[in-house]
Design a protein around this ligand. Structure first.
Ligand code: MG
Ligand code: ZN
Length: 373
């Protein structure tokens, strides 16, 4: 673990070294401080992952997590426009679009006007895009990056919104929102016609060789990690990275550990910890890719804290933790942000959740481009 951390720190320095080199070489760009541009961005969201959820996982894992390898750390303020305590719709929309909005909103402003997401902006700039989640793929967090709906509960409309984009890879649950609908349409047929490999069996994800994957691998929500989901998240994340990386222009990928939140809503420490460790295993796979690639910005954060979780007792050597929860709902505390790779130094400090969108846009170099409209 220690050796690996050192390798990453060294790599960080060498990346910044390169960025500075390019300033002195080009030198023509006004006086604006030219930052390293990331070819790829991978945003990992631990739904409901506050510091206590993170530390509970760390203690049970005998004191360390892969997330620790990310040395640029900040805190984000998560409140929504109409409620101090946000939800995954408003918070997902803030991360995806850079605008605060009302609870339950999906990719729309307070006036229910659609706002372009970082995923859609990446598509416009010829990058490949992907979404991976351990919830239904139509659930609030992934939906915020691709759909525009006045309510997060418009699952069938959110499914239709997937067909209005050029997303290359999406993997999660929620098949029924595509093929068992009130309007009788079978959207999986349209997806196939549009060139997607539509996969409905979790075991088939690793074998797909297609450039376009619609992984609707559970009818409804995926099961818990401990109840049969296994390595679905890390395996899907690897498949998404490998597939999207075929695009020479780079990619944007959002990966969600959806069920950290669900464990905390149930005030179930074991559930929180198992999902936390599954999420961290996925972070480990992503950092491995980013370390080898050298051109990938990785961000790990949460949309909000869930449960008002705190840790009253623990034993790092035995990997034991005793937690308490103050709420069955989300809370208003700030959540951690971890970054690694080109542009990661911008994520230090305390800022609004909406800033994460702007920092990603900056890291992609999109702020330097003329608007296409
Ligand atoms: Mg979520
Ligand atoms: Zn929740």
């Amino acid at each position: 673990m220690k050796t690996r951390g050192l390798i990453i720190i060294t790599l960080c320095f060498s990346l910044f070294g390169q960025a500075q080199d390019s300033v002195s070489r080009t030198g023509t760009e006004n006086n604006i401080r030219k930052k390293a541009t990331a070819k790829n961005i991978i945003l990992l969201i631990g739904d409901g992952m506050g510091v206590a959820q993170l530390y509970a996982g760390m203690v049970v894992n005998n004191g360390h997590l892969n997330i620790e390898q990310m040395k640029h750390i900040g805190l984000s303020k998560t409140y929504s426009t109409n409620d101090f305590v946000t939800d995954s719709g408003a918070a997902g929309t803030a991360l995806a679009t850079g605008q605060k909005t009302y609870k339950r909103a999906i990719g729309v402003s307070v006036d229910t006007i659609p706002i372009k997401s970082i995923l859609e902006i990446a598509e416009e700039n010829n990058k490949a895009t992907g979404l991976v989640a351990t919830s239904t793929i139509t659930h609030a967090t992934p939906a915020s990056f691709i759909a525009h709906q006045p309510s997060r509960y418009n699952y069938e409309e959110i499914a239709e919104d997937f067909l209005k984009t050029d997303i290359e890879v999406f993997i999660g649950g929620g098949l029924k929102h595509f093929n068992d609908r009130k309007d009788g349409q079978d959207l999986t047929k349209t997806l196939k016609a549009n060139g997607y490999d539509v996969i409905v069996n979790p075991d088939d994800i690793v074998n797909s060789t297609s450039d376009k994957i619609a992984g609707l691998i559970y009818e409804d929500s995926p099961p818990k990690h401990s109840q049969g989901r296994g390595d679905m998240l890390p395996q899907s994340a690897v498949k998404a990275m490998v597939t999207l990386n075929r695009n020479p222009n780079g990619f944007f990928l959002m990966i969600e550990g959806s069920q950290i939140d669900w464990g905390a809503h149930k005030k179930n420490t074991d559930y929180v910890v198992e999902e936390m460790l599954d999420f961290d295993k996925t972070v480990g796979e992503v950092l491995k890719f980013a370390e080898a690639d050298g051109n990938t910005l990785v961000i790990v954060t949460a949309d909000h804290e869930t449960g008002g979780m705190t840790i009253n007792e623990g034993d790092i050597e035995k990997g034991e933790v005793k937690a308490k929860f103050t709420s069955f709902d989300h809370t208003g505390v700030m959540v951690p942000v971890f970054a690694y790779g080109p542009g990661s130094e911008d994520f230090c400090g305390i800022y609004e959740n909406t800033e994460i969108f702007h920092k990603m846009k900056q890291a992609f170099g999109f702020n330097d481009l003329k608007k296409s409209e």
